[in-house]
Design a binder for this molecule. Structure first.
Ligand code: GLV
Length: 309
């Protein structure tokens, strides 16, 4: 039995080192190192080449290398009997909170504006906002979204949440389903998208929804690029309704140099860097699922393939 790591985009060395440290007895191979594909029962994957399952006839479990699994869901060749698991890690949730907080504070205190003014040697004050004056709407209150929501609440923001279906009670006001979307968006000054990407959430940041936000609202997308209808976001910003957007994720990554987001004055871009999985932090849970696979036991952090996350 062996564990294979497959990714077209990630540097695999830190992952191999972390897994070998946490489980020196486990045979850990890259795709190129596999001599006997029949031995591979567990795959750790991020942006793999579709068709991976065909290469490993005895594969039983695929673990995502991150919180998201949309990269796995879009591979039509993963048979139903293969179990898919994802990463749930407090460090990933905390990193996301810190990133979202940094973006919000930077905007409240006009830091981007002052950076531009510095470049032009302009000395000009501007009134800033305080935490209690802003309503932050978290779209997607799963593990990471809920952590971000409660942490923002704790430091003094007004927080509300929206999710597709009714979930656990929380310390902040929650809205559910399409029926309550308008009420949620109407009350949101800063919208933070932390949804998983599924056929239902694809394109959710569209003209119809974005114009339900109050005038002057701001959008932060740290979910997936597929949540945004790019031309409609630009249109709603250019109409003056939205004040701008911070985007960490894109339909195509890296984003093509021709894409209008790069040069849009009101769009702030970061390279899918909000919250990066730390291999040392997550190696133990990956290996735990590896051993459970060996023993035929229920796995941690199973993905509901029906729901897509
Ligand atoms: C990052 O995007 C992740 O899914 O962990």
């Amino acid at each position: 039995m062996a564990l294979v790591i497959v990714s077209e985009t990630l540097q695999l060395q830190p992952w191999i080192a972390a897994l070998k440290k946490a489980g020196p007895e486990v045979e850990i191979l890259t795709q190129q190192e596999v001599k006997d594909p029949g031995k591979v029962e567990f795959a750790l994957a991020w942006n793999h080449r579709p068709g991976i399952c065909k290469e490993f006839p005895n594969l039983k479990t695929i673990s995502s290398m991150g919180a998201g699994v949309d990269h796995l869901m879009k591979d039509p060749d993963i048979p139903q009997h293969i179990r898919i698991v994802r990463i749930i890690d407090p460090m990933l949730s905390q990193d996301m909170y810190e990133f979202v907080l940094a973006l919000i504070l930077s905007r409240m205190k006009n830091l981007r504006l002052f950076q531009e003014q510095q470049q032009q040697k302009v000395w000009k004050k501007k009134r800033y906002l305080r935490m209690g004056q802003l309503r932050v709407g978290i779209m997607g209150t799963g593990v990471i979204g809920h952590h971000v929501a409660t942490a923002l609440l704790k430091v003094g923001f007004n927080v509300l949440g929206w999710s597709r279906t009714e979930g656990q009670p929380s310390g902040y006001r929650k809205f559910f389903g399409q029926e309550q979307m308008k009420d949620f968006l109407n009350r949101t000054d800063i919208l933070v998208c932390l949804l998983p990407l599924t056929p239902e959430t694809k394109g959710i940041l569209n003209r119809g929804h974005l114009t339900m936000l109050p005038a002057g609202a701001w959008v932060i997308n740290v979910g997936r690029g597929g949540h945004v209808v790019d031309e409609e976001l630009i249109e709603v910003i250019d109409s003056g309704h939205l004040d701008g957007a911070s985007l960490d994720v894109f339909q195509e990554e890296p984003l093509s140099p021709q894409h209008p987001f790069w040069s849009h004055h009101k769009i702030q871009m970061t390279p899918h860097n909000a919250s990066l999985t730390d291999p040392d932090s997550v190696a133990p849970q990956i290996l735990e699922n590896y051993y459970r696979t060996l023993r035929g036991e229920p796995l941690l952090n199973m993905v509901n393939r029906e729901a897509g996350y």
